[in-house]
Design a protein around this ligand. Structure first.
Ligand code: 9MR
Ligand code: ZN
Length: 568
């Protein structure tokens, strides 16, 4: 019998679930009798005995599952769960667990910083040199240079530096950046009380919350990605991914890949949002961000067609897309929320009507961000009377239509949770590349709907998604480095592989189980065909399709952790 717990732990007054499981292929169907477990102090004394209730067979894990609810354990301490000769990993019960987790998850962004030295004061033994500071050129000109049609000296040079490395690679991608910033800036907007701790970064102590200092580093890079005509470059990367070297050792030519309508619309939205969020701290930046947003919005309005050029000779991340409706909708809604101008509202409404189900929070479809902007005051807990702009009856209708969709989605996902032995809001065929993003995005949706309804089942649903991330899953891993006794520690991340330091940088979220056969060669070799999807994971650095890290897998975890930290 395996026992799976949230290896970090549980907040005292929160619902607490652990799972006991047996692989189906290792035993015959058990009777549906409960199993009787003991919950003991880590030192030994048993303080609670309880039955774990038989759930049945679980599709995604291929396990027979028993579910243990031990919510009555509220005294802070360190505990284990025992059954026969099995003992779970230790876990804590205590206040502040999600606050500490949030610090690690947020500090990860500092470790991803490009273009500046990370000094020992802030990075400890992970200090490293500045990277990627050489000039960047346009892909279109570089290609001519490669073909011998242009000389080195005639290529235009751009001094674009900074931002966060996207992931285990050293690229910086506009739509991925906007996705992460959307999650984090809204996390701050809705749960500011969860962001008061110092992250110990160079800007700490300047009177601005550190999470905003950290996001500013990315925003400043993003501002440089705007072309003179207002369109926004899709990405800044080398032609191929770097070898597994430290970032300053990656000296290949940095390139600007052509603008896309997704990158441009995401830029508009992010800058308009940033303008609202940073205004109390830095008026000049807020003005600059809004002016930049408006300039790119003008480009969008004069270029209504979908624009994305897949440059196949460039083999870094594609971040391709089939629709820019969600990005254009978000852009218009953020501009409406920031300026109150009705024209933007009309545009957002128009795109809303064209979108089949605008409640998504991943980089490919960020339509859910529109809902955060639309319902911002309600999600912040403000009463209608505190609103900056009066609500027109049109807006009221839009809000209601949006809420109906959110509630419907939350209820459907609640059914998915109920059908899964492990309580994760993922169907067995949804374990794809970066499945933890889907899990956490659904966590954010539940958090959003909880804010609107205050129904406890949605709060519990967020807890279940974080429990899954932190160990209540059939792989036995905590998917956050440094958190839990059995946390994954070999991310597909150039820095952690190349730095030669045994202890992995803490606070990275793994992409997670990937049950599709679209996987990397090492994963293909190690994971037998037919393995249940929740178990399709190995902690190997080579496995980019399972065990990479990215800014937008950390960012929804920051949102969910901040939510749980502020909702006790
Ligand atoms: O997160 C992306 C995932 O949804 C895609 O399936 C995958 C393949 O296109 O790409 C992932 O994004 C990667 C990006 O292209 C480059 N940086 C690393 C990202 C995480 O693996
Ligand atoms: Zn760099």
């Amino acid at each position: 019998m395996n026992i799976y717990v949230n290896q970090m732990g549980y907040l005292p007054n929160n619902n607490k679930t652990a799972i006991l499981a047996l692989p189906q292929d290792a035993c015959t169907q058990p009777t549906n009798a409960p199993v009787h477990v003991q919950i003991c102090e880590a030192g030994g004394t048993c303080i609670l005995e309880k039955d774990a209730i038989f759930f049945g067979s679980d599709d995604a894990s291929g396990d027979y599952v028993w579910q243990l609810d031990f919510s009555e354990l509220t005294s802070p301490g360190s505990y284990v769960i025992r059954y026969a000769d099995k003992v779970s990993y230790p876990f804590s019960v205590g206040d502040g667990l999600y606050g500490s987790l949030n610090i690690l998850l947020s500090k990860m962004l500092y470790y991803q910083r490009c273009g500046m030295e990370l000094t020992e004061d802030y990075a400890g033994h992970y200090a490293r040199k500045a990277c990627h500071t050489a000039p960047t050129v346009l892909w279109t000109e570089y290609k001519k240079f490669l073909d011998g049609e242009l000389s080195e000296s005639t290529m235009q040079k751009f001094d674009i530096r900074g931002g966060w490395h996207d992931a285990g690679d050293y690229g910086r991608y506009t739509t991925a950046a906007a996705c992460a910033l959307g999650h984090i800036l809204y996390a701050y907007r809705f749960f500011p009380e969860a962001f008061t701790a110092s992250l110990n970064i160079p800007e700490s102590g300047n009177g601005i919350p550190d999470i905003l200092n950290e996001c500013r580093y990315e925003l400043d890079w993003m501002l440089q990605m705007q072309a003179a005509d207002g369109s926004v470059y899709h990405k800044q990367t080398t032609q191929n991914h770097a070898a597994f070297v430290m970032p300053h050792e990656d000296t290949h030519q940095m390139l600007l890949l052509p603008p896309s309508s997704m990158a441009t619309a995401d830029f508009v939205a992010t800058m308009a949002l940033a303008s609202r969020i940073y205004r109390p701290f830095d008026e000049a930046f807020a003005d600059r961000a809004l002016a930049a947003a408006k300039k790119s919005q003008t480009w969008l309005e004069t270029h209504p067609e979908f624009l994305f050029e897949h440059v196949k000779e460039c083999r870094t991340g594609g971040y391709g897309d089939r629709s820019d409706i969600d990005e254009r909708m978000w852009a218009a809604m953020e501009l409406f929320r920031t300026t109150g101008e009705a024209g933007y509202f009309e545009q957002a409404k128009h795109f809303f009507d064209a979108h089949p189900n605008p409640v998504q929070y991943g980089w490919g479809d960020i339509s859910g961000f529109t809902g955060w902007a639309l319902l911002e005051d309600e999600l912040m807990g403000d009463t209608i009377a505190n609103k900056t702009f009066g609500i027109s009856s049109d807006e009221s209708k839009f809000r209601n239509a949006y809420k109906t969709l959110l509630h419907k989605e939350a209820d459907q996902l609640s059914d998915v949770i109920a059908a899964c032995g492990y309580g994760v809001a993922l169907e067995s065929n949804e374990y794809c590349w970066g499945s933890n993003l889907t899990v956490l995005n659904r966590g954010m949706l539940f958090a959003t709907v909880y804010r609107l309804t205050l129904k406890p089942e949605y709060h519990r649903a967020v807890i279940r998604q974080m429990d899954y991330l932190l160990g209540v899953n059939a792989t036995d891993y905590s998917y956050v480095t440094g958190v839990g006794t059995h946390a994954f520690c070999n991310p597909h991340n150039r820095v952690t592989v190349a730095d030669g330091i045994a202890e992995t940088i803490p606070g990275y979220v793994s992409g997670g189980a990937n049950g599709t056969r679209w996987i990397d060669p090492v994963a293909r070799e190690l994971i037998p065909e037919g393995t249940p999807s929740m178990k399709c994971f190995v902690d190997r650095w080579e496995c980019y399709s399972l065990n990479e890290i990215t800014i937008y897998w950390n960012s929804p975890a920051i949102f969910c952790a901040a939510f749980l930290d502020s909702t006790k």
